[in-house]
Design a protein around this ligand. Structure first.
Ligand SMILES: Cc1ncc(COP(=O)(O)O)c(C=O)c1O
Length: 341
């Protein structure tokens, strides 16, 4: 029973078919091929505006390069205290930005509140010794499986923009967020004040395919150069484009995410019926139950794969664990987990 992460799944059949379709013959290298051009136009349609689309191999690279493109000497990046960018990327953002500092903002269930962002910004006046506020990075869906509504994104970017910050969205699970929110991609991104989005593909059916989608070039005009210098310009770019073609066609990406989210709901319902407390609302494809140590060990012994997340707010003999569903998670697998529980 596999609930360790959505990136343990393979690639979806439609994505693999698209790869096979574009495998024959020759095509110009380094992104000058027709598939890449077509898919870039597809992203513009999807977001209902002109966009610059730059691929990277990993979400970590996408996040770090977005930060690199807006970096300033002594710059500060504001992100939630559980942001992947802050906690799980080996200091990539700090490295690629020549040492911008990440300022963790308190977040309940992964979500920053505008008042906490305001307070953090108030403590860092421009030109002060601590550094210069430069960027906001918010994650959608969050690391705790929760979501920001359009109004919540707007409230945060309003605060950030008032101080001239570039606004980045880490959308490693953007599809899962959209599948629940059911809003237009434009409404939750550039129309809500986002300048650049790390658009994830890998966790939800691609392999090794992430896209930086830039809505406002001004603050990020050197992004293409940063990406090239970081070694993320693929000579056979058509293979990344092919994945996104298969991913985006006929709303396949949203179907995959809906499947994953539905599996998470089924898990959450079963856990609740079993009397288990769930730490945060289940809004995407991650479930964070609070389990006793005995139950955690027994589930592991039963062969269930998952990660322990934290012990915050837990009793002495408990922990919050993270269960992640994916487009490959079956109802049978969820039921087997609940039976094991
Ligand atoms: C929210 C979030 N952002 C970014 C990433 C980074 O993705 P990658 O592992 O492809 O570098 C992850 C991966 O787990 C993630 O969960």
């Amino acid at each position: 029973m596999m609930f360790a992460s959505d990136n343990w799944s393979g690639a979806s059949d439609a994505v693999m078919d698209a790869l096979a379709r574009h495998n024959a013959g020759f095509a110009p290298a380094y992104g000058a091929d027709p598939v890449t051009e077509r898919v870039s136009a597809r992203f513009a349609d999807l977001f209902d505006t002109d966009v610059t689309v730059l691929y990277t191999a990993t979400g970590t690279a996408a996040n770090a390069l977005a930060m690199a493109a807006c970096a300033r000497p002594g710059g500060l990046i504001f992100a939630s205290d559980v942001a992947h960018l802050h906690c799980d990327e080996w200091g990539a953002a700090e490295f690629y930005t020549h040492g911008m500092k990440i300022v963790p903002v308190a977040a309940e269930g992964g979500r920053m509140r505008p008042e906490d962002l305001s307070a953090a910004l108030a403590r860092t006046p421009d030109g002060g010794r601590f550094g210069t506020p430069t960027a906001l990075s918010l994650t959608q869906a969050t690391e705790c499986g929760t979501l920001y509504t359009v109004d919540e994104v707007r409230a945060l970017t309003d605060v950030a923009r008032a101080r001239g910050l570039v606004c980045h969205m880490d959308g490693a699970r953007f599809a899962n967020a959209l599948a629940t929110l059911d809003v237009a991609p434009a409404d939750i991104t550039w129309k809500a004040g986002i300048d650049v989005l790390s658009f994830g593909g890998t966790k939800n059916g691609c392999w090794c395919a992430e896209a930086l989608v830039v809505f406002s070039d001004g603050a990020l005009r050197d992004l293409a150069t940063h990406r090239a210098r970081a070694g993320h310009v693929f000579s056979k770019s058509r293979f990344v484009s092919a994945q996104f073609e298969g991913y985006l066609d006929d709303d396949h990406w949203l179907d995959l995410a809906r499947h994953a989210n539905a599996a998470a709901q089924r898990l959450a319902q079963g856990l609740t019926e079993a009397g288990v407390r769930i730490a945060w609302p289940v809004q995407a494809n991650e479930v964070f139950p609070v389990l006793s140590r005995g139950r955690i060990d027994a589930l592991k012994a039963h062969g269930v794969l998952f990660h322990e997340w934290s012990t915050q707010g837990c009793g002495p003999d408990e922990a919050i664990v993270r269960l992640v569903t994916s487009f490959r998670t079956t109802g049978d697998e969820v039921d087997a987990f609940l039976a094991a529980l």
